[in-house]
Design a protein around this ligand. Structure first.
Ligand code: DO4
Ligand code: MG
Length: 285
């Protein structure tokens, strides 16, 4: 089952049919869903009642987030480790990334509040003081207030490689700014891990032509998602639950720089494709 948030309310989808979830399209009603003690059972009941909705509109999709925080794991794929070491070599930061890749404690960082998150079809941003930005296509976990994984979505962890590369202590500025994160198009409900063969695909279009494409698989993810959640919830309370991005395994070549107008497509089947256009800050928000 897939759970969608739209400007006219939440919908659950199964086998191509959509069912409207009772309640108004507010943050509070989304939070109530995420915090439901038996979300899967509740959604199954709605589907089994058989009252299909004909008013589901893709154009009304919103990021599937209410008051959840967004956190992210870093350097969880070998490709990310190598890219970070390369971009920070002049700053002497390379060793840190190598060490965190193999350390028991993962790198976890705060990524976004809901107000900084873009939904499907809306735009993500390049910071106005960044010269080298990339999208990071990542599997995101949706975790409830009890630290249980209740679903999966697609995420874009927009990153300014020049800012982080100048000094690893600039990580929050490289990572956290207005519209630096996108989530969607839906949450695939379920607590079972996705198969390790699951591909994550990134394609970036410029002027309608494919400028970069790459694929990785969850088998390349070095960390167990459940272990990442355990670290996140260790001595931390999330009254509304949290998203946790699991890291990128796709980094375009160092010559690649994201530009205003680029279209970023990130696909993780069986969740779907998250599409966002890129803008620079000076283009307006
Ligand atoms: O260490 C910096 C963050 C890296 C990251 O976001 C990733 O590996 O996905
Ligand atoms: Mg990342």
């Amino acid at each position: 089952m897939k759970l969608y948030r739209t400007s006219s309310g939440a919908y659950v989808e199964r086998d191509g049919e959509y069912y409207k979830i009772p309640g108004s399209p507010t943050d509070a009603s989304w939070d109530a869903l995420v915090l439901h003690s038996d979300l899967q059972g509740y959604l199954s009941q709605i589907v089994d009642a058989g009252e299909t909705a004909s008013d589901f509109l893709e154009a009304q999709l919103l990021a599937p987030i209410g008051n959840q925080e967004v956190w992210a794991a870093g350097v969880t794929y070998y490709r990310s480790r190598s890219a970070r070491m390369e971009e920070s070599k002049d700053a002497g930061g390379g060793d840190f990334y190598d060490r965190v890749y193999s350390a028991e404690r993962p790198e976890l960082f705060f990524k976004a509040t809901a107000s900084r998150v873009s939904g499907p079809g809306s735009h993500v941003r390049i910071r106005k003081d960044a010269r080298w930005s990339v999208p990071e296509p990542e599997l995101a976990l949706l975790i409830n207030q009890n630290g249980q994984v209740i679903g999966y979505t697609v995420a874009n962890d927009m990153s300014s490689r020049d800012i982080e590369g100048e000094n690893p202590l600039y990580l929050p500025q490289a990572k956290v700014y207005d519209r630096s994160c996108a989530l969607g198009p839906c949450v695939l409900i379920g607590s079972q891990p996705l198969p390790s063969s699951t591909p994550i695909h990134l394609e970036i279009f410029r002027d309608g032509r494919s400028e970069f494409s790459g694929t990785t698989r969850l088998t390349e993810l070095k960390r167990d998602p459940v272990a990442l959640v355990e670290y996140l919830f260790r001595d931390n309370v999330f009254p509304f639950g949290s998203f946790l991005l699991t890291g990128t395994g796709i980094v375009p070549p160092d010559s690649f720089r994201l530009q205003s107008g680029d279209d970023v497509h990130i696909t993780i089947e069986p969740i779907g494709t998250l599409v966002n256009q890129v803008r620079r800050c000076d283009d307006g928000r």
